[in-house]
Design a protein around this ligand. Sequence first.
Ligand code: SF4
Ligand code: SF4
Length: 96
Amino acid sequence: MAHMITSQCVNCGACEMECPVRAISAAANQYVIDPRVCVDCEGYFDIARCKWACPVEACVPERAAYIEHSASLQNRGTRPVVFRADGNPAGTPLAG
Ligand code: SF4
Ligand code: SF4
């Protein structure tokens, strides 16, 4: 399961340069991780390079937990979270 970038991102660009598989790119309001490309740095680094590089701890390995939390909220009657083809929730910035 891929890492994700939270809205804490301050657009410094440090993570983009560190990612070994070029999964990170600048989007409209912040940097984003393409979950189809991110490999969680397995086979490259012991600590995810984006998490290591980020000065504000915006790169987190919690995409799975976020999706599970969204599903739980929906089960309790909230509006459904719609995910785009790139794996990010609708309403978050588009990559590229
Ligand atoms: S966890 Fe590793 S592969 Fe995934 S986005 Fe971060 S630096 Fe790139
Ligand atoms: S290193 Fe952190 S603050 Fe800088 S662009 Fe990446 S996610 Fe945003």
